[in-house]
Write a protein that binds this ligand. Sequence first.
Ligand code: ATP
Length: 306
Amino acid sequence: MSTPAVEITGLVKRYGSTTAVDGLDLRMERGRLLALLGPNGAGKTTTVEICEGFLKADKGEVRVLGLDPVREGASLRPRIGVMPQGGGAYPGVRASEMLSLVAACAASPLDPAWLLDVLGLSSVRRTPFKRLSGGQQQRLSLACAIVGRPELVFLDEPTAGMDPAARRVVWDLLGALRADGVSVLLTTHLMEEAEALADDVVIVDHGRVIASGSPADLTSEETGQLRFKARSRLDTELLAAALPEGYLVRELSPGSYEIEGHVSPQVVSAVTAWCAQQGVLAEELHVGRRGLEEVFLELTGRELRS
Ligand SMILES: Nc1ncnc2c1ncn2[C@@H]1O[C@H](COP(=O)(O)OP(=O)(O)OP(=O)(O)O)[C@@H](O)[C@H]1O
């Protein structure tokens, strides 16, 4: 079996009296896309920067592609791509020059012109970095991170500040990278992004992992909702009595009902049977699971950053 893309054990990093990372464990297999989620200040960027070799850990073991990012940084750097938070470039350099410069450092780079085109940046290729919009700067930074055909890319909030069309372009590109077997570790505040892209999600808070699994694993907890429409003012107490104990039945607005609890096939059948007994047809029946955002908020007890 190949070494994992990233393996972190007992990672600790302190800044003075602040413990940014507090005994974090994480394992990411090759060829996966892992999304690191967590509230502001949870320790995501610190963790990623330690993996990239930019910061030194105070305690713990970190291996990236089997290498120590600090001691073996020189061997590791050509094999990874890095997109730091907020991009980062010489303000006066033109978009295409910057990408070509980075490409020139790689043994077998992608064609910079093609990459600019894929990321919708061809029309601004002669524009200095400082005059690009925030979203364009982000896309250029992403291009720089992947132009060298890395085996593993670290992307710190890659789509922050992008409009929905640009975000879609980036998502497509990340999907293509993953299909090519590239390992991707990204941080994000967008639950939709994690749900759409990630094979694995790791939620951190206060510098520790508080939950991990696939998006489906994390959202397939017992609680779900069944919604349906019927005539208004059905007797919700009577409906609740027809279900096993513990289900909450509410009329959200006239004629619009919600049942909260574990929605099994038996529950769906009991609801429709009960409606039939009342001589009403349950329409627009919808079974929903909790989204990643709800799970996240419940676990961290905090609002997301917008
Ligand atoms: N250079 C630094 N000096 C002092 N404290 C720092 C430094 N960098 C980060 N911290 C602190 O370490 C903690 C973790 O910060 P980090 O940037 O890793 O969190 P994050 O999860 O990436 O947050 P965000 O979602 O806001 O980017 C925070 O309390 C932060 O204030």
